[in-house]
Design a protein around this ligand. Structure first.
Ligand SMILES: Nc1nc2c(c(=O)[nH]1)N[C@H]1C(S)=C(S)[C@@H](COP(=O)(O)O)O[C@H]1N2
Ligand SMILES: [Mo]
Length: 236
């Protein structure tokens, strides 16, 4: 390869890194101040987890099984038809096909899953794309404060950007070394290890950045807007 052929690539990489660092600086303080990182009297039991909270949040029971919870309709999306739209209050809205998504930097992480119906599943091994890396691609406008995530089944759920931009929030396609099963949201779902699991849309198809907050499916029906497990913050 000629030296000049590598120039556009390293330019592109520089731009990506730049965008990520800019976004990180913008939200770092807000992220550090979220309840699941900053609360000094978190509710729960067990040794501290990696963000300093008791491993098992209050009123949760650890399960080995992985229950299925959703609205009862499991959309079957072939990879050839799969698309993810990221739009709203962003500089560069995009629509990713499967190959585009898999070509993005992939993150491996092990995290816990806390369901509001009182079970927790610990140490799940995930592979996927960081929400923060997707956000750096589209670049949220200064006015963006929250996101709404939509599933192919008609589901929706909202959260603040300081929660969504945490480094353990991923759009995952692989769990414990296997493709994410359809009943758990495959081909791709979001996970939010520091919030109750209903904030992670299964079969995710769209992320809308918003200049303010709106309520998602369960939030409209009395579930908490914020969903902090270590505050036992389940219903509003
Ligand atoms: N698209 C979609 N995502 C969803 C839901 C849903 O009904 N549809 N249910 C939520 C709820 S209430 C929970 S507890 C988790 C459950 O994920 P699981 O079925 O993989 O355990 O998914 C969340 N994400
Ligand atoms: Mo749930």
């Amino acid at each position: 390869m000629e030296p000049n052929e590598t120039a556009p690539d390293s330019d592109k990489l520089d731009r990506i890194i730049d965008a990520r660092m800019k976004l990180k600086r913008r939200f770092e303080e807000a992220i550090q101040n979220t309840p699941s990182m900053a609360d000094d009297k978190p509710l729960g039991s067990g040794p501290p987890n990696r963000h300093g909270m008791p491993q098992v949040p209050k009123s949760q029971t650890v399960t080995k099984k992985w229950p299925v919870l959703d609205l009862g309709h499991h959309p079957n999306i072939p990879l050839t038809k799969w698309q993810l739209a990221i739009d709203g209050e962003v500089e560069h809205p995009i629509r990713l096909k499967w190959a585009d998504f898999m070509a993005l930097p992939q993150t491996n992480d092990v995290s816990d899953f806390h369901c509001v119906t009182t079970w927790s599943k610990l140490d799940m091994a995930w592979v996927g794309v960081r929400f923060a890396d997707l956000a750096a691609l589209v670049m949220p406008k200064e006015t963006a404060t929250h996101v709404m995530c939509y599933g192919f089944d008609g589901y929706s759920t909202n959260m603040s950007l300081e929660e969504a931009l945490k480094s353990d929030v991923l759009l995952v396609h692989t769990v414990d070394g296997q493709p994410l099963p359809i009943e758990h949201g495959g081909p791709v779902r979001m996970i939010t290890p520091q919030l109750y699991a209903w904030k992670g849309s299964k079969w995710i198809k769209r992320i809308e950045f918003m200049a303010g907050n709106r309520l998602g499916f369960w939030e409209e029906r009395g579930y908490s807007n914020t969903a902090y497990p270590w505050r036992n913050d389940r219903y509003s």
